[in-house]
Design a protein around this ligand. Structure first.
Ligand code: G1P
Length: 287
């Protein structure tokens, strides 16, 4: 079965980036000239998704505005004969079908995803968290979709994380099938390094069978007193096989200051317009 729908939760507060995120969604922080969320949407589209559901919250209006038409800006660019910029701006608002659901209270990632239940309509779907930019020729979400198509079961993207950082991730215990695939045995939300079953963490990409939604519904508040997606995955794992897939690609957690700066440097070095001067600057400061 094809996967055409993706849920992208963007209701989080972005406390790691205060004060910048006091009046601006963390997903709108730019990496060179595009906000982080633009890269995430591009990944979804390049993976075959044509219907995106953003789960938003208060103070996330600028995300809606970003993907909407901008009549004043467009007419201004038209008058100035800035055809290239005009096309760039128009392309953004026609990228893909986007629907918005407001999560009234931030009650956790699981709860955010659950608000999309009606729209998902019993189909398998992808989830992309709005913080991660993942660079690879075959997009990470497409890699998960390929595995889903092979086995017909939910697949979550994982990678090795520093052992001292297990407390930031859903950490899996898995039975290796080959070098990149595990059968999920368990997943624990943000365990202390001493209690973590491994250092293989779920990053922000998932493909689910629709039954995940009923499983999330059955969970009660977990870590941080929030409805956790991880607890829903644990329940689903009792009913259906779930795969954990060690994806290929470079991930930047742009919700983390250091990773965000690394993303900017790498993207600037990969961009013809900025590459030369940034290289010179790096030499100048003696790195
Ligand atoms: C969420 C999930 C966690 C996952 C992480 C990936 O946590 O709850 O299981 O490993 O995303 O980024 P958050 O980062 O929203 O606290």
């Amino acid at each position: 079965m094809e996967i055409k729908k993706a849920v992208i939760p963007v209701a989080g507060m972005g406390t790691r980036f205060l004060p910048a995120t006091k009046s601006m969604p963390k997903e709108m922080l730019p990496v060179i000239d595009k906000p982080v969320i633009h890269y995430v949407v591009e990944e979804a589209i390049a993976s075959g998704i044509d219907d995106i559901i953003f789960i938003t919250g208060r103070s996330k209006r600028s995300i809606e505005d970003y993907f909407d038409d901008s009549p004043e800006l467009e007419s201004h660019l038209r008058q100035k004969n800035s055809d290239k910029l005009l096309k760039m701006v128009q392309d953004i608002s026609s990228m893909v079908d986007i629907h918005y659901i407001r999560q009234k209270e931030p009650r956790g990632l699981g709860d955010a995803i659950l608000t999309a239940k009606k729209h998902i309509n019993d189909e398998p779907f992808a989830v992309l968290l709005g913080d991660d930019i993942i660079v690879n020729k075959t997009p990470c979400t497409k890699q998960l979709i390929d595995n889903f198509q092979k086995y017909g079961r939910s697949t979550i993207a994982v990678e090795e994380v520093p052992p001292e950082k297990t407390g930031n991730y859903g950490i899996i215990q898995g039975k290796p099938m080959d070098e990149s695939l595990y059968i999920l045995e368990d997943i624990i939300e943000k365990p202390d390094p001493k209690e973590a079953p491994s250092n293989i963490g779920a990053i922000g990409r998932y493909v689910f069978t629709p039954e995940i939604l009923d499983c999330i519904k059955q969970t009660t508040a977990g870590v941080g007193n929030e409805i956790q997606l991880t607890d829903g995955i644990r329940l689903l794992n009792k009913e259906q096989k779930i795969y954990a897939y060690r994806f290929t690609g470079k991930r930047y957690d742009t919700g983390d200051k250091v990773e965000y700066v690394k993303a900017i440097i790498d993207f600037a070095l990969g961009n013809e317009e900025t590459k030369k001067e940034i290289m010179e600057h790096i030499k100048d400061i003696g790195l």
